[in-house]
Design a protein. Structure first.
Length: 317
């Protein structure tokens, strides 16, 4: 008599997951994603910071190349005609065709044709130049103004320890400034004037662009002589102290990374700001690029802001 044998499972059948097993698998996957996501974000930010540093390096080399050709650095800004350093450096960042749109660069207002074509981005200031932008910032260009549409940017020149339009100017000057605070007379600065040492003097750093596509915040408006095409070392990087934006051109964005208040035209102040964790990228007059911590002391930061102050640079840089 043969013993009883249980029925065998068909050869192609598989045991299904139970509900509990499925929930356990989902929980494990969720935990792994939770652990992986911060690491991915950290790698992404590191890549963005590196790309930003490379942009700043290229701008700094462009300023050096400009100096090689003209035996001086470009003007920071001027009001007669109204323009900033940006349009003078285009040929040195492979934007020759943008500058060629303007027949006479030394007499061209940034807001008039052919620099700016009313209601369009067809002028030179409307050209999309990748080097304008830090990949970590989500700001926008000025593309909704009824007349003066143009590109904003994240890279600005060092204005030192003076308010914009301040008179008299500090004796210890930055590489970019106005004689007696007069916007019609930009200073002419040569490499030989940087007696503190090119490795001890800031050339450029970062700013944040306004998120609105309307002209309600001048930060990042790098092509406008009244805009924030420059940073000042009166405030440390990414400080919670507010920037000062000219009356009539300020609207509180509510962005904690961009605190600001309205002030007089000759009292404007803009700190170096970025969306990088812990600091900002900055270039020095020797062409090198450093990541500067938010914790740098104001004394050291202000010493780096001058080219002839004779200050001692602190150990926190």
């Amino acid at each position: 008599m043969t013993g009883f044998s249980p029925p065998r499972r068909p050869p192609n059948s598989r045991r299904a997951f139970t509900l509990i097993e499925l929930l356990v698998v989902i929980a494990i996957i969720s935990i792994l994603i939770g652990l992986l996501l911060p690491a991915v974000q950290k790698v992404r930010e590191a890549a963005a910071r590196t790309q930003c540093s490379n942009h700043l390096k290229q701008w700094s080399l462009a300023l050096h190349n400009y100096h090689d050709v003209y035996k001086k650095f470009p003007l920071g800004s001027r009001s007669g005609p109204r323009q900033s350093w940006v349009m003078h450096v285009w040929p040195f960042v492979e934007q020759d065709n943008v500058q060629k749109v303007i027949p006479k660069i030394d007499s061209q207002h940034f807001y008039l044709p052919p620099a700016t074509i009313p209601g369009t981005l067809n002028g030179a200031t409307g050209a999309k130049v990748p080097l304008y932008y830090c990949p970590s910032d989500g700001g926008s260009d000025l593309t909704d103004h009824p007349l003066y549409q143009r590109r904003r940017g994240n890279y600005v020149v060092n204005w030192g320890n003076a308010r914009y339009g301040q008179n008299p100017q500090p004796v210890a000057a930055a590489p970019f400034w106005h004689l007696n605070g007069n916007r019609n007379t930009p200073a002419t600065v040569k490499m030989a004037f940087i007696i503190d040492g090119t490795a001890n003097t800031l050339m450029m750093s970062e700013t944040l662009m306004a998120k609105s596509i309307q002209d309600n915040d001048w930060r990042g408006d790098i092509q406008n002589d009244d805009g924030h095409f420059r940073f000042q070392t009166l405030l440390t990087p990414n400080t919670t102290a507010p920037d000062i934006i000219q009356n009539g051109w300020f609207q509180n964005t509510g962005d904690p990374a961009m605190p600001a208040v309205a002030g007089a035209r000759n009292a404007q102040v803009a700190a170096a700001r970025s969306r990088h964790t812990g600091g900002v990228n900055a270039s020095l007059c020797d062409g090198s690029v450093r990541f500067v911590s938010n914790s740098i002391s104001l004394r050291t930061w202000q010493a780096l802001g001058t080219m002839n102050g004779g200050e001692v640079i602190g150990n926190d840089f």
